[in-house]
Write a protein that binds this ligand. Structure first.
Ligand code: MG
Length: 160
């Protein structure tokens, strides 16, 4: 059996806005994610983790910010591409961990919605997904409400 681990990370600036897009779920907020694409930081971190698990280069290499084609791009396309490359190499996703760092709003009530959305997008049962959220205790850019960060870990399995 071939087992791989992948890690993904992303950070985005927050600007004035009405909602945050996290794992395709729109969460009412007073800030929004500033990005060249649709800014779905959760999908970016998960895609990055998938790419890393199979030794692929990072999202920026696949989808440069300067490309006109990626302006306002739906990040599910990115996720599908990453998943497709994983499956092409004979791996299946075994489990997924996502940790979101955000000062406000609190994500407690929305974590299950994000998990269910990720389960749907990835075809992965919910019991194999963890979505955690933390504030940054009002420290650093995240804590000051200027940024949002997301970390992700994946495990892939190939049966021989
Ligand atoms: Mg990003």
């Amino acid at each position: 059996m071939d087992i791989r681990t992948g890690f993904g990370y992303d950070i985005h600036r927050l600007v004035e806005g009405e909602y945050l897009l996290l794992g395709r779920i729109r969460i009412p907020a007073t800030r929004m994610i500033d990005a060249h694409s649709d800014g779905d930081i959760v999908l970016h971190a998960v895609s990055q983790a998938l790419y890393s698990a199979i030794g692929e280069s990072d999202i920026g290499t696949h989808y440069p910010d300067i490309m006109e084609e990626t302006r306002n791009m739906d990040s599910t396309l990115l996720l599908r591409d990453a998943l497709h490359r994983v499956e092409e190499q004979g791996f299946r996703l075994s489990n997924l961990v996502v940790t979101i760092l955000l000062q406000e709003p609190k994500l407690q009530e929305n974590k299950d919605r994000i998990k269910s959305s990720l389960s749907h997008l990835l075809g992965l049962p919910e019991e194999r997904i963890a979505v955690h959220a933390n504030t940054s205790e009002r420290l650093n850019a995240v804590g000051e409400g200027k940024a949002i960060e997301c970390y992700s870990l994946v495990t892939l399995i190939k049966e021989n």
